[in-house]
Design a protein around this ligand. Structure first.
Ligand SMILES: [Zn+2]
Ligand SMILES: [Zn+2]
Length: 126
């Protein structure tokens, strides 16, 4: 997918860094965006004026980080054209006519191979 609708991303940001998460609708694997540090992280606003400025800056940087995360998630997720869920590369199959998520492929009896082949036992689920 080119970009994930940003409303779907879960906000895991802290006061220091911006980070967003998305879960695969099929296997539940959590994906997290690369954390982006707030440019004024750890800096205490010296006065009320600066606090307002920092807050506005935080909002602006967060919005930019969210857009970046949405684009990043677009590379890691696929939208199934049948059930419209977002699934990770392990749960998305390249099929003959239409690429499908694993459950739709099973239901529709379509054969396909995963975008990312499963690597035997080496896959660790964290
Ligand atoms: Zn998955
Ligand atoms: Zn599906």
């Amino acid at each position: 997918m080119s970009q994930i609708p940003k409303e779907l991303l879960q906000d895991c940001s802290t006061r220091e860094a911006f980070c967003f998460a998305l879960h695969c609708a099929e296997c539940g694997t959590a994906w997290r965006s690369r954390p982006v540090r707030f440019s004024r992280a750890g800096v205490d606003p010296p006065n009320e004026g600066k606090r307002v400025i920092f807050d506005a800056l935080y909002k602006r940087e967060k919005e930019a980080a969210l857009l970046r995360a949405a684009a990043e998630a677009g590379k890691a997720f696929n939208q199934c054209p049948i059930c419209h869920r977002l699934v990770c590369d392990h749960c998305f199959l390249i099929c003959e006519e239409l690429d499908l998520c694993t459950s739709c492929a099973a239901r529709l009896q379509e054969q396909g191979s995963p975008v990312v082949p499963v690597m035997g036992e080496k896959v660790s689920s964290v």
